[in-house]
Design a protein around this ligand. Structure first.
Ligand code: UN1
Length: 505
């Protein structure tokens, strides 16, 4: 019998009124239900926001270094349970085990960083233009943060929101993706076990449309002060519009069409390795996955030869084993990926062999799985601006390749899709690397490394269709979960007027 999991609000298991049950299925074995998820209704979502709002002031009154110690406990609990959590992630969303373990490590790294931040959370002292007057700034928590996350990084990406939001003294309502609900529930339990007071972190299991309605109500009631969202550009736009109506600016981490430029002086084997990991790790379902390789015409043929060989040799199969590429996340993502395969145009050349679902009738040599949502990794040569495959995110194992002759042309091509999350250049010439950095519109640039693989303490985030410029990770994310408060302290004993009573020398 598979366990049923439910929302947890104010420390209490809450089924919510909708009664609908979603089955979270192992994408590697479609007959295995990982969890039965009782979906909450919109009222349950908005009531979780009220519960969080009621609990927040008391949490904010806990000294930040003590909140930091709770975060450190979360990190220790996650570390102690790393393998169990990673195995669950692999089972629920089909992420290869080594990557799942890396994802869990990313939570520990985030907790390590924010333990220290609990003892900093610095404000500033600012000089005044008047005598006997001091100016200060303080970071204050925003209040309640609602966090809505995707399931491709079911535990690490949520921790990027939860950890800094809680450390800064906010209460949180977290709505994970239904198809990753068991992983989310397991992570929630580790947070709760670290000693967070009831109501400070609430988990609402529901679908996106219901959460949107609950959020609409909560924003109207004034119980949500910041929304964090990781997911598609399309949904991010709707959330941005909703928050805008309430004069709020959400933290949006959206899609990507991440380019990799290969210069004539690049180490081609290194570039191939990077393109393999970025294109097909997590089955191409990262927001930082490689979209298009932009290879200099002098090395394009050679790159393609080596890349297609590497892709042919890559192991696709059971994510519990040592594979590069497991199954797609769930049926919905698989159906969408099949649609994207329809974007391959007659003028493109598929250089990687067969496409589509791997089945006994459409086999793959080194395939090690069976019966799951496995797809052939696809490399397409000849994509150009104007092609959907060049312009739009595909969220699956498909990489386009195109050519260029000058670096300026390559930068133009890299920026053309209008996303701006991650990017990479392979070159041995620092001048090309720095010119690329200054010309690219992406929030993240790698030199001689893949578009994926952000570290937990560098600003993570994008521009354009990838987000609204908000940044996660490191100290930068604190700007999302705190507001600056200015303090003016006049001890002169008289009314000193700014701009009018400037001290003279
Ligand atoms: C995402 O896909 O939403 O840099 C985040 C990376 C990962 C995070 C991806 N650490 O690829």
């Amino acid at each position: 019998m598979t366990d049923e999991i439910v929302s947890v609000i104010g420390g209490k298991q809450t089924s919510g009124a909708s009664g609908d049950v979603y089955e979270s299925v192992n994408p590697a074995r479609l007959d295995e239900v990982v969890a039965r998820v009782r979906l909450a209704d919109a009222e349950t979502f908005s009531s979780a926001c009220r519960t969080a709002a009621a609990a927040q002031a008391e949490w904010a009154a806990v000294p930040a270094p003590v909140r930091g110690r709770v975060i450190a406990s979360v990190g220790r609990l996650v570390e102690a349970n790393a393998e169990t959590l990673a195995r669950l992630v692999t089972r629920e969303i089909g992420k290869p085990y080594a990557e799942a373990l890396g994802e869990v490590r990313e939570i520990v790294d985030t907790c390590d960083f924010f333990l220290g931040e609990g003892r900093r959370l610095y404000g500033q002292t600012v000089p005044s233009e008047m005598s006997d007057k001091s100016l200060f700034t303080f970071r204050v928590p925003v209040g309640v943060a609602t966090v809505i996350t995707a399931g491709n990084f079911p535990v690490a990406v949520p921790s990027w929101y939860l950890v800094p939001a809680l450390l800064a003294g906010n209460a949180v309502v977290w709505k994970p993706a239904e198809y990753a609900a068991a992983s989310a529930h397991a992570l929630y339990r580790l947070f709760a076990a670290a000693g967070l007071p009831d109501g400070v972190l609430n988990l609402v299991l529901t679908d996106g449309a219901t959460a949107y309605r609950g959020l609409e109500t909560a924003l109207g009631e004034g119980t949500v002060h910041k929304v964090g969202f990781t997911g598609s550009t399309e949904v991010g736009r709707r959330i941005g519009e909703l928050c805008g109506r309430h004069l709020q600016s959400p933290c949006l981490e959206l899609g990507g069409k991440n380019p990799m430029v290969v210069m004539p002086d690049a180490d081609l084997d290194l570039a191939v390795e990077g393109a393999l990991f970025a294109g097909f790790g997590t089955a191409g379902q990262r927001c930082t996955s490689l979209g298009t390789v932009i290879a200099h015409e002098s090395v394009r043929e050679e790159f393609l030869t080596r890349y297609t060989r590497a892709v042919a040799d890559a192991v696709v199969g059971d994510p519990a084993g040592d594979v590069l590429c497991g199954p797609l996340l769930d049926e919905k993502f698989a159906a969408r990926f099949e649609e994207y395969l329809g974007w391959i145009e007659p003028h493109h050349t598929v250089v990687s062999g067969p496409t589509g679902r791997i089945t006994p009738d459409n086999p793959r040599g080194s395939f090690t799985g069976e019966g799951g949502l496995y797809y052939h990794p696809v490399v397409v040569d000849g994509v150009r601006p104007g092609d959907r495959l060049f312009l739009e995110e595909t969220f699956g194992p498909i990489v386009g390749v195109t050519g260029f002759t000058t670096l300026e042309e390559a930068i133009g091509l890299a920026n053309r899709p209008g996303y701006g999350l991650s990017s990479s250049i392979y070159t041995t010439d620092p001048k090309s690397a720095f010119r690329f950095r200054s010309g690219i519109g992406a929030g993240m640039v790698s030199v001689n490394n893949s578009t994926s693989g952000a570290e937990a303490h560098l600003p993570f985030g994008g521009n354009g269709k990838s987000g609204n410029g908000s940044r996660q990770s490191g100290v930068w994310v604190l700007d999302q979960f705190t507001r600056w408060q200015a303090l003016n302290w006049d001890y002169s004993g008289k009314l000193q007027k700014a701009q009018m009573d400037v001290a003279e020398i």
